[in-house]
Design a protein around this ligand. Structure first.
Ligand code: T4K
Length: 387
């Protein structure tokens, strides 16, 4: 049977490249808690990203939970329902009420124009997501945040290495959070980071991720254990050497999909984002059932029959899940764009080792399904006429 093709597959260096680092970890017996590789990776990552300070984490979710603690966020936070559930869970873990605001239809990011109307006296911050690595409107969001004195924490889990007008997307807002999960373009197996802009904040983040220890005998805050270990950090150092090639290969796949699918009626693609250094983390397509002829779910299942395992990121909306659906802002009538997009989306497989031939095959299947979908009702109606 043909091999299954999943939505993603981690990019890893040759094992021989990792072995010397593992040998050093084994010899030194230094496994975690600010080891030598941790320190090196933090510095090299800050340089690569073009940001002032990086604080490494065990994963992106713990980084998000901690980021909210760093800024002492309370009350209500405005966020998007169209994301991975970790975005909103991080608020819940801090006892904060999420307030969902609809997305814009172009890139499926939080609609910055709608934020103002959702602000109440309890609002303290905005938690937008750069969905699929396409930056949310950072300029408008900062404008609103400045007027209402709100903090801004970006969930930049998808946006590793993304630059807008030459500037790291992580330089906007108060803090940005990255994920280095196995499914991300840049991976340390599990991992994440908070990006901040000053030394004092960096120190607070580092206390918070290490039980609140300031030194051997002083605990300054109620910290958690969210540290990245040496094996993750060593992998990160190696991955940095390959990340530009990884992004280039992803680009070739995205370009080919775009070229192959751009004229399929009823299949919508996100437009290329202007002035962006992009990382191509996902390749979402949106299925307009009326024009395409079959539903998103039908296409999803038909692709699976051919061993193509796309994913419906992000379906269901976070606002549909039991912990959130009772919130007033979760009401579908306030989220029409998100409700529509979540019913249409499929993310197609994209990862550096995906052969371009496979991309051609997947695209052909999508075109063929449409042709047969158009054929079906037509022949039925002819048959009906003659019966
Ligand atoms: N904010 C946003 C906006 C996020 O998207 C995420 C994570 C976070 C925050 C939280 O960051 P972390 O705490 O995760 O660092 C996946 C990931 O688990 C999750 O990290 C990611 N977003 C989310 C969008 O996708 P699943 O449940 O879809 O993953 P899973 O295990 O089904 O994997 C998808 C496919 O990837 C598999 O079908 C095969 C392939 N795969 C997966 C893994 C884990 C591999 O080939 N190798 C692997 O090791 O959530």
């Amino acid at each position: 049977m043909e091999k299954k093709v999943y939505v993603t597959q981690p990019s890893l260096p040759e094992l021989t490249e990792y072995l010397p680092y593992l040998q050093e970890i084994w010899q030194s017996r230094w496994l975690t808690n600010n080891g030598r590789f941790h320190e090196q990776f933090e510095q090299e990552l800050a340089e690569y990203l073009g940001v002032k300070h990086v604080s490494l984490f065990a994963n992106g979710t713990l980084a998000l939970v901690t980021a909210l603690q760093v800024l002492r966020i309370t009350g209500e936070v405005i966020t998007t329902p169209y994301s991975f559930v970790a975005t909103t869970h991080a608020l819940k873990w801090n006892g904060i009420t999420p307030v969902f605001v609809d997305i814009e239809p172009r890139y499926c990011n939080l609609n910055a124009e709608l934020i103002e109307a959702a602000i109440t006296p309890k609002t303290t911050a905005i938690l937008p997501v750069h969905v699929y690595g396409n930056p949310v409107d950072v300029y408008k969001i900062q404008e609103v945040a400045d007027i209402y004195n709100l903090r801004v924490i970006y969930d930049a889990a998808h946006a590793f290495g993304v630059r807008i007008n030459g500037q790291s997307v992580c330089n906007f807002g108060d803090l940005s959070v990255l994920s280095f999960h196995a499914t991300k373009t840049f991976t340390t197996m599990e991992g994440g980071a908070i990006i901040c802009h000053d030394e004092k904040t960096k120190r607070r983040i580092d206390f918070l991720k290490n039980f609140g220890f300031a030194n051997e005998t002083t605990v300054v805050t109620h910290g958690i254990n969210a540290k990245m270990n040496e094996m993750q950090a060593a992998l990160g150092i190696i991955q940095l050497k390959h990340i530009d090639t990884i992004h280039e290969k992803r680009k070739a796949i995205a370009d080919l999909y775009r070229n192959q699918l751009k004229e399929v009626e009823g299949i919508h693609l996100l437009p290329p984002y202007p002035h962006l250094k992009y990382n191509y983390p996902y390749f979402p397509i949106y299925v307009d059932e009326k024009k395409y002829g079959i539903s998103r779910d039908k296409l999803y299942e038909k692709l699976k029959e051919h061993n193509i395992y796309g994913r419906r990121y992000f379906y269901p909306l976070i606002s549909h899940f039991p912990p959130y659906r009772g919130l007033p802002s979760a009401n579908a009538q306030y989220l029409p764009v998100a409700e529509n997009k979540t019913r249409q989306v499929i993310c197609l497989p994209i990862y550096p080792d995906l052969p371009l031939q496979k991309v051609m095959e997947i695209s052909s299947l999508i075109r063929e399904f449409k042709t047969s979908a158009i054929g079906m009702p037509k022949s039925k109606s002819i048959a009906d006429q003659h019966s």
